[in-house]
Write a protein that binds this ligand. Structure first.
Ligand code: FRU
Length: 468
């Protein structure tokens, strides 16, 4: 489709779609969601000149994975966001089938986007170009064209450039599927963002003692944190285990040390970033005060998308809340960004046996639970959380089959922080040691109902809506 006509159609879809989306009782009140159409990965997350920019994979024309554009939001406080004009739309010969995921950097004082141009051929094959676009000054982004074709030895699945500056060079990590169907992360360098040199494979299936580990790794992100390097990646093709890898695809991380000269990354075991039902393709950036912030997509490719009720209102999927990262005991910890505390309304505290806890409204709310023993918590009719002293189990009915499905986290639970937003919950375990994120679609005005004999401290805050 021609780029201009896609943009015009998108503007029309947007104007007619927004009133419909706003009538949806499941529309998030404080999470980012598309006005119309499908959202997937966060892209180009950056703080520049006092403003946070968050771009996102967006099909403004429907709730399916086509016409991938870059939508764009801006915020000065991570809480209140404003829609910006569409930043990138497919249509050039090098991005005809999608402006796929990527990142943003500031080069020569200008916001510069690095993205994957996806090109599909009639025989079903595809290629990919890593491309640049630059802020033209009026909130629009001018495409500068491809800077890197497919490197030899890889399939047409090479994408999702994350670029950063280290010493005097630019570096890029790229997700890839090699010709033997092994997922890899490639490291490249450049002096000027235009000419790139492949330094090597720094992680992937069959590398660094990790064994067979998926046929494709998507959306890598590499950054320094608390004295180590963290590589976030999304391997596809991991076999389900009893309590992990239960979503269609996984998002996780490796902690280690990157030797830039040797292009060698020595790292520990792969750990999932989230133990819930929906979390994928996260991306991080540095805040002005040095915090490492993360947004994830609260969705998973090819997972139950046909059954999401929000499709009737013309939109599907949302972002996670912004999260702050740190390392603790060799694990990546995630906490809700502290800025979100400004959404808290009146605080209430209750102490007693779990089963005697009063019901609490959950539509838009924060709960903090400090349990002394086993408990169950029902979130309306649609979801339950149960802790038996060893295993935390999150249960919901499958949207298609109606059968109960579970996700698990094993360990001692000392504290839970739960953030609800009409059709999502994010559960932060033990002040960030693990997270479970999930969409759920409750009836009107869902209530918290607790059961169990153990003692419990229960804190509750209503959260103030802040999104259009
Ligand atoms: C991850 C992903 C990326 C790709 C984008 C396309 O969800 O498949 O690898 O760039 O989505 O929308």
């Amino acid at each position: 489709m021609e780029e201009l006509s896609l943009v015009k159609q998108s503007a029309r879809a947007l104007m007619s779609g927004m009133p419909l989306a706003l009538r949806d009782p499941h529309r998030p009140a404080w999470h980012l969601a598309p006005s119309v159409g499908l959202l997937n990965d966060p892209n180009g997350f950056i703080h520049h000149d006092g403003v946070y920019h968050l771009f996102y994979q967006w099909n403004p024309l429907g709730c399916d994975h086509r016409n991938k554009c870059w939508g764009h939001w801006q915020s000065t406080d991570l809480v209140h966001w404003e829609h910006q004009p569409i930043a990138l739309a497919p249509g050039a010969c090098y991005d005809s089938h999608g402006c796929y995921s990527g990142s943003a950097v500031v080069a020569d004082g200008k916001l510069t986007l690095v993205y994957t141009g996806n090109v599909k051929y009639p025989d079903g094959s595809r290629t990919a170009y890593q491309c640049l676009a630059q802020d033209s000054g009026q909130g629009e982004f001018a495409k500068l064209g491809p800077v890197l074709p497919l490197p030899p030895g890889y399939s047409g699945h090479v994408r999702d450039p994350k670029v950063w500056r280290h010493r005097d060079s630019w570096y890029m990590v790229l997700g890839a599927r090699d010709l033997q169907d092994r997922g890899k992360v490639l490291l490249l360098s450049s002096a000027d963002l235009r000419s790139w040199r492949l330094l090597g494979e720094i992680a992937g299936s069959g590398l660094n003692g990790i064994g067979e580990f998926g046929y494709m790794w998507e959306c890598p992100d590499l950054f320094a944190l608390d004295g180590a390097e963290v590589l976030i990646c999304c391997p596809q093709g991991l076999a389900k285990q009893a309590e992990r890898y239960l979503n269609v695809y996984q998002a996780g991380y490796l902690i280690g040390e990157l030797d830039y000269r040797q292009a060698a990354f020595s790292h520990g075991a792969f750990r999932e970033l989230d133990a819930g039902f929906e979390f994928y393709a996260p991306q991080t950036t540095l805040a002005e005060d040095g915090r490492r912030l993360l947004f994830g997509w609260m969705g998973v490719p090819e997972q139950d998308e046909d059954a999401h009720p929000t499709r009737q209102y013309g939109w599907i999927h949302c972002m996670t809340c912004p999260r702050e990262l740190s390392l603790r005991d060799g694990k990546l910890c995630q906490l809700p960004a502290r800025e979100l505390q400004q959404l808290r309304g009146e605080h209430s505290l209750w102490l007693g046996a779990a089963g005697n806890a009063p019901e609490r409204p959950l539509g838009c709310a924060e709960l903090q639970l400090t349990p002394q023993g086993a408990f169950s918590a029902a979130f309306g009719e649609a979801m339950t959380l149960h802790w038996d002293g060893e295993l935390l189990r999150l249960t919901r009915r499958n949207l298609r089959s109606g059968q109960p499905e579970h996700r698990y986290w094993r360990g001692e639970v000392t504290h839970l922080q739960l953030l609800f937003d009409r059709s999502s919950v994010e559960i932060f375990i033990n002040r960030g040691e693990a997270v479970m994120s999930a969409r759920y679609f409750p009836g009107p005005e869902p209530l918290l109902r607790m059961s169990g004999d153990g003692a419990l401290a229960l804190e509750h805050w209503p959260l103030t809506p802040c999104m259009l």
